[in-house]
Write a protein that binds this ligand. Structure first.
Ligand SMILES: [Zn+2]
Length: 142
């Protein structure tokens, strides 16, 4: 169990750590994964600290689903990937690496191997540019 004081996603929510933010609502925050496995790889997280699916209240999970759908539409419209993978991992055995509930949105291309994490940090300028494109697209949607 991660202490929320030392949780990187809690630090992003309360501004103690930077992020390339895409959207923000009462219960969720969306931003670019800084270790992207594909251009546009982004995350939707709960603002409150929940370690995994087993802890997230249903209404908060519904808010994550709504934010994920909006972001998925923005990614499709702006980045036009061939496919879009949604991944959500619970527990070390499942491959979870940050123990704060999060939903991955990963643009996918035919023939690519499926991977959800990488140790290669993304380029800040590219992450910023993509986050701004997606945020602007979301700002024009109801
Ligand atoms: Zn947290």
């Amino acid at each position: 169990m991660t202490d929320p004081n030392n949780c990187i996603f809690c630090m992003i929510v309360d501004g103690r750590a930077p992020s390339f933010q895409v959207s923000d609502d009462e219960l969720t925050l969306a931003f670019m994964d800084i270790f992207p496995v594909a251009p546009g790889h982004s995350l939707v997280i709960t603002k409150q600290h929940y370690s995994n699916i087993f802890e997230v209240p249903p209404n908060t999970l519904a808010a994550v689903a709504r934010a994920t759908r909006r972001l998925a539409l923005a990614i499709r419209s702006e980045l036009r990937p061939e496919g879009l993978g949604l991944f959500q991992l619970n527990g070390v055995a499942a491959g979870q690496t940050v123990f704060h509930y999060h939903q991955h949105l990963i643009p996918r291309s035919s023939g690519e191997d499926l991977k959800l994490h990488t140790r290669v940090r993304g380029d800040d300028d590219e992450l910023r540019a993509t986050s701004l494109r997606l945020a602007e697209k979301l700002a024009t949607e109801p």
